[in-house]
Ligand binder design. Structure first.
Ligand code: ASP
Length: 348
């Protein structure tokens, strides 16, 4: 009997010890971001504007880096990083979102946890200051994955998220972008986040090649978990109720600890039809392909072959990074625990 009690107490002690022992943290973490892909060419960019973009990308990287460095989760890091870009009018997400055909801002966002495969998204929201935080609330506080329009807004209010007047999202530049798009073709969805000079925008229009200003972040944290987040205003002159790829889990946003975390930017309809992000994950999981091979196959071959364009950022479970795009440029960058930091805009 005494022996039994001894074994039993050791078992109990062991169990409670393992419950209080903190999970061993590795040093390794990686954060990758994008601020949209498109016809981003140096000759159309003023040095001031280029510096402003670089500074905004740098700020977003630092925000996520501080969280990951201090042992925060990939989920917290991608949410905070995307919030930083949502609040910056330079990007087509949150403040600075493009206008619909009706002259409104309808925002989409999604977040996914690679550890649990839990996901949350909102689509067509007009009064939530940070749609990415609403997406996270849907994931964590509701039994659902996706909520749209007025329902998503009601839910965000109930969750105590910051609500703004729709005019908060107005920027002169995006408004001009809509007028320009309508002059060109009032029926056509204009895939530009309108951050160029008029000359630049016209050139893009003629070339049928545009800019996409969606923002996104993917991260591998010190616990070995992956997460992805994407937020966007969508496309200039989009029809009322149009939803892009960003809030569609598996299209513009996906994370799975077994494979990869991905956030996309580009012509959303094509990303949805290609089930872009999940396809890359499946190619890695079932086809045993390396991240860069799978991502290049989808972004550099399948996407243009179908008539679409854009790019994406990805980090796999080992911390490998891919940032392919089949446009002229993509606002992008990454930071690692080693201190290595890269911020790029054009093709290099
Ligand atoms: N992918 C976004 C959409 O189609 C646009 C973008 O990336 O800027 O809504």
């Amino acid at each position: 009997m005494r022996k039994f009690f001894l074994i039993f107490s050791i078992f109990i002690l062991n169990k409670s010890f393992s419950q209080v022992t903190p999970q061993k943290l590795s040093d390794k973490y990686v954060l990758v971001i994008h601020g949209g892909a498109g016809t981003i060419v140096k000759s159309q960019m003023s040095p001031e504007r280029e510096n402003a973009y670089k500074a905004a990308l740098d700020k977003a990287l630092q925000t996520g880096n501080d969280i990951l460095k201090s042992g925060g989760t990939a989920l917290d890091a991608v949410e905070a990083t995307v919030r930083s870009m949502e609040d910056d009018p330079l990007f087509n997400a949150g403040k600075g979102a493009v206008f619909t055909n009706e002259g409104k801002n309808e925002l989409d966002a999604a977040i996914m946890d690679g550890k649990t495969l839990e996901a949350g998204s909102v689509a067509g929201v007009t009064i939530i200051r940070n749609p990415i935080t609403a997406a996270r609330a849907v994931m964590e506080k509701s039994p659902h994955v996706m909520m749209t329009g007025a329902g998503a807004e009601k839910y965000a209010k109930q969750q105590g998220l910051e609500i703004v007047d729709p005019s908060y999202f107005y920027t002169e530049e995006r408004w001009r972008g809509l007028q320009k798009a309508k002059q060109q073709d009032s029926l056509k969805m204009y895939l530009d986040h309108a951050d160029t000079t008029n000359r630049g925008m016209l050139k893009q229009w003629e070339n049928k090649d545009y800019k996409y200003g969606t923002v996104g972040a993917v991260a591998l944290d010190r616990y070995g978990n992956l997460a992805a987040a994407t937020s966007t205003g969508g496309m200039t002159n989009k029809k009322f109720g149009r939803v892009g790829d960003a809030p569609i889990i598996g299209a513009g946003t996906y994370a799975n600890n077994n494979t990869v975390a991905i956030s996309g930017t580009g012509w959303g309809e094509y990303f949805i039809r290609l089930v872009m992000a999940k396809s890359i994950s499946d190619m890695m999981e079932f086809g045993k392909m390396k991240l860069n091979v799978a991502a290049d196959e989808m972004v550099m071959k399948k996407l243009p072959a179908l008539g679409g364009d854009g790019g994406l950022i990805a980090v796999d479970k080992q911390g490998n990074i891919a940032m392919p795009f089949c446009t002229e440029g993509m606002y992008r960058g990454y930071i690692k625990n080693t201190g290595e930091k890269v911020i790029k805009i054009y093709k290099e």
